[in-house]
Design a protein around this ligand. Structure first.
Ligand code: NAP
Length: 281
C-alpha cells in the first residue's frame, strides 16, 4: 500500500488532501503543530476509509522538528513515502514594513525552507524507486500579490522552485506539481478576521475541488494545477512567455543540465530493468 505525507494535514486544504488520498487507498502521515486536531482528523479518516494514519506533530518553523519530518520522508524512520504534499503555509497580512520580524520569518520558514528541505528529503528515495509525487501548494498570489506582501513572494518562490524541480524529472517516474489557486474557502480567512466568498463564487474555490483538479492534472502529467476558470485564464496568459522559453531551451537541447537529466533517467530505467546487463547478478 502506498503512503502519502501531508503537511498541514489537520485542517483546510491539507485535510481535504488527506481525505481524498485516503479514499484512493493511501496510508497517511499527517504533519502539523496541533496534536489534538491531528488526532481528530486521523481518527475520522481511519474510521471512514480503513487506512493507516500516523500523526507526526511538528512545528516546521523549528529546524530540529523539520529534521524529524525529513527523517520520516527519507525512510530513516518508517516506510517509504510515495506522495509528499507540502501544504502547510502561513500568511502575514501586515504590509512588509509594519509586519513583525517573527511573522516574516515564519513565512520564510514554513512556506519556503520547509518546502525546500522536505522535497530534498523525499526525492532521492522516490527517484531510487522510480515513482513518487511531490505537490507544493503555491498560490495565485505568487503571480500578483497585494502591495508589500511577503507571502506573495514566498509563493512566487514555490512556483519557480517546483517548475525547476519538475524540469529535472522527465523519464524518472517521479512528478512535481505546484498548486496555484485564488482564495480557497477554508477557515483561515475567518481566523484572520477576513470575509469569505459565498459558495459558488467564481473567484473562490472549494478545498475538495482544488484537490480534484490537482490529482487530475497529475494524471495528465502537468506540473502546474490552477483552480478556478478565471485564475486559469489569467495564468495561461502569464505562463505563455515561460512556456515559450522552456520550449526554446528544450529545442536547443544541448545544455549540460538537459544531458544530466537524460543520463540520470537512462541510468534509473536501467537499474529498474530486471536482468539488466550492468547489474551484478
Ligand atoms: N485558503 C486560501 O485562500 C489559500 C489560497 C491559496 C493558497 N493557499 C495555500 O494553501 C495552503 C493551505 O491553506 P489553508 O487555507 O488550508 O490554511 P489553514 O487553514 O490556515 O491551514 C494551515 C495548515 O498549516 C499548518 N501549519 C501552520 N503553521 C505551521 C507550522 N509552523 N508547522 C507545521 N504546520 C503548520 C496548520 O496546522 P497547525 O496550526 O496545527 O500547525 C494547518 O494545518 C497554504 O499553503 C496556503 O498558503 C490557501
Amino acid at each position: 500500500m502506498s503512503t502519502a505525507l501531508v503537511t498541514g494535514g489537520n485542517t483546510g486544504l491539507g485535510a481535504a488532501f488527506a481525505r481524498r488520498l485516503a479514499a484512493e487507498g493511501y496510508n497517511l502521515v499527517l504533519v502539523a503543530r496541533n496534536r489534538e486536531r491531528l488526532e481528530a482528523v486521523a481518527a475520522s479518516i481511519r474510521a471512514g476509509h480503513g487506512v493507516e494514519v500516523e500523526v507526526l506533530p511538528a512545528d516546521l518553523e523549528v529546524p530540529a522538528e523539520r529534521v524529524m519530518v525529513e527523517r520520516r520522508l527519507a525512510g530513516t524512520i518508517g516506510g517509504p513515502v510515495d506522495v509528499l504534499v507540502n501544504n502547510a503555509g502561513v500568511q502575514n497580512y501586515e504590509v512588509f514594513d509594519k509586519a513583525s520580524p517573527a511573522a516574516l520569518k515564519a513565512e520564510v520558514d514554513v512556506n519556503i525552507t520547509a518546502v525546500l528541505q522536505l522535497t530534498r528529503a523525499a526525492l532521492p528515495g522516490m527517484l531510487d524507486r522510480g515513482r513518487g509525487t511531490v505537490v507544493n501548494v503555491a498560490s495565485f498570489a505568487g503571480y500578483l500579490g497585494a502591495p508589500g506582501s511577503s507571502y506573495s513572494a514566498s509563493k512566487a518562490w514555490v512556483l519557480s522552485f517546483t517548475d525547476s524541480v519538475a524540469a529535472s524529472l522527465p523519464g524518472t517516474g517521479v512528478q512535481a506539481l505546484a498548486i496555484c489557486a485564488g482564495p480557497i474557502r477554508t477557515d483561515r480567512h475567518a481566523r484572520a478576521g477576513r470575509s469569505v466568498g459565498a459558495p459558488g463564487s467564481p473567484l473562490w474555490s472549494e478545498p475538495a475541488d482544488v484537490v480534484d483538479r490537482c490529482l487530475n492534472d497529475l494524471r495528465k502529467g502537468r506540473s502546474l494545477s490552477v483552480s478556478g476558470w478565471i485564475h486559469r485564464t489569467v495564468v495561461n496568459v502569464l505562463e505563455l512567455p515561460r512556456r515559450s522559453l522552456r520550449t526554446v531551451a528544450r529545442l536547443a537541447g544541448s545544455g549540460r543540465e538537459q544531458q544530466a537529466v537524460r543520463a540520470r533517467a537512462a541510468k534509473q530505467s536501467e537499474a529498474r530493468t530486471p536482468n539488466s546487463p550492468s547489474r551484478p547478478g
